[in-house]
Write a protein that binds this ligand. Sequence first.
Ligand code: FES
Length: 159
Amino acid sequence: MNEDSQAQTIEDGDGVSRLGFIKVAVGGMCLAYASAVGYPVYKYLNSPVAREAALGAITDVSLAGADKLPLGGVLLFKFGPFPSMLIHHKDDSWIAFDAVCTHLGCTVQYHPELDKIVCACHGGTYDAHTGANISGPPPKPLSKFNVKVLAGSVKVTRA
Ligand code: FES
């Protein structure tokens, strides 16, 4: 078998190699498999029932040293298994929210320059003082926690 005939065996008439096609097909099957396994897990972890059960197990979190958070600062922390945020607003008020977007569950971020909480996934925005959904696809506000600033820590409890 010479080099020309070998090239004919791995390329079809359009110049697309069979090996390349097989790589794309196998990659596609792996992606489909990962989606088939990962999506139900994601849905379970993000389901309201699972969230409430997980949140119900945790009633408060003590954040050591968080009382030193500067004005305009934000601290990301975990309330149980879920990302949450503590904001020390420039007017010296404190607020803590569940940082899971109410649309499809992405983690939201506080943008001090906008004084808003933004979800990068689909552009949803929330009021950084109340957690109210103000634009984009989020259907409801962020869950708010109670905040108690103590000497040496901040205690966050379920509202
Ligand atoms: S997941 Fe946040 S806007 Fe869609």
